[in-house]
Ligand binder design. Structure first.
Ligand SMILES: Nc1ncnc2c1ncn2[C@@H]1O[C@H](COP(=O)(O)OP(=O)(O)OP(=O)(O)O)[C@@H](O)[C@H]1O
Length: 301
């Protein structure tokens, strides 16, 4: 038995010849909020489905609170609230009928929190799912995932289709769940959202977990845009030789570059010149994210 909320050990799922996920090793501690980032088709949903016990691993294993996700999926389901990426239910049912159905399966009669969630999310719970917009569909999905106040929330792209106001409400609800001790595992394309909710992130690409990072470290080590203006022309060569320097352009007294990593050496080198202006800007979160997908030259250690 494990103390961790989630353990994946060499978790692998192949769909016939197609790779779903490959050798995923991961631990999420109780009470932690862990973000799972990756591009389309990277393997996020496959991992979440394996954690819910919906998929039998090809090899390796997954555990939730010490229960094997495949062999003990009934136990796992008791502790988990799950929002699948493609949340669907019987489309003839209304939101409330879905929630009551899920409540029976979970043997959880108390719908007081479901009513609070529905109200705060302004969910349309009285019409059949087939009549609902994508956002309203998603809200029903969130209510059914959260109403029993589970120990672990497994949320696959939870804010898809939500308008900005509802996204905020959802992020507040997740923060409140965490304050009550819940563990959160959230997949997303949106680094901003992950930054708001999570302290650690796993980056998945081409079926493999390529990095697990403290989100603060990730952002600290992220690319910076640097622009130096000196009183006299600057030789770009020593700047180009700095560790993590990219796209170094010298134009007389102005030098621009991008820097992946620490700024200390750059500042010391710049200080050898008479500086008129120095601008160091952090890359956007989007750029940080892209840098992990290998579209720029800086790679994960
Ligand atoms: N039922 C399936 N049959 C065959 N291949 C599948 C199946 N489900 C997923 N895959 C493949 O497994 C890989 C991982 O897919 P997965 O849905 O887990 O990615 P994802 O990171 O969740 O993507 P997205 O962000 O687009 O939802 C993809 O190459 C996908 O084509």
């Amino acid at each position: 038995m494990s103390e961790d909320a989630i353990v994946c050990e060499r978790l692998t799922k192949r769909y016939g010849k197609h790779r779903g996920i490959e050798d995923i090793d991961l631990r999420v501690h109780p009470g932690e909020a862990f973000g799972f980032l990756g591009p389309n088709g990277a393997g996020k949903s496959t991992t979440i489905r394996a954690l819910m016990g919906f998929l039998r691993p090809t090899s390796g294993r997954a555990e939730v609170f010490g229960f094997d996700c495949w062999r003990q999926s009934v136990e796992v389901a008791k502790h988990v609230g799950n929002l699948p990426g493609d949340f669907t239910y019987d489309e003839q049912l209304t939101g409330w009928e879905v929630v009551r159905h899920v409540a029976r399966l979970r043997r959880h009669d108390d719908l007081a929190f479901a009513r609070e969630l529905a109200e705060r999310l302004e969910a349309d719970m009285d019409r059949p799912l087939r009549h609902l917009s994508r956002g309203n569909h998603q809200k029903v999905g969130l209510v059914q995932a959260m109403f029993h106040q589970p120990r672990l929330l497994l949320l696959d792209e939870p804010t898809g289709g939500l308008d900005p106001l509802m996204r905020e409400t959802f992020l507040d609800l997740v923060a409140e769940a965490r304050a009550d001790g819940a563990t959160v595992f959230l997949s997303s394309h949106n680094l901003e959202e992950v930054h708001r909710v999570c302290e650690r992130v796993g980056i998945i690409r081409d079926a493999r977990l390529i990095a697990t990072e403290d989100i603060g470290d990730l952002i600290r080590r992220a690319l910076r845009h640097v622009r130096i203006t000196a009183a006299a022309p600057i030789d770009p060569a020593p700047f180009a030789a700095l560790e993590g320097a990219q796209d170094v352009h010298g134009d007389g007294t102005t030098l621009t570059l991008r820097l992946a990593g620490e700024v200390d050496a750059l500042v010391k080198l710049a200080a050898q010149h008479e500086i008129v202006d120095l601008e160091i800007g952090r890359a956007s979160l989007e750029e940080v994210f892209l840098s992990f997908y290998g579209r720029t030259e800086n790679h994960v250690a």
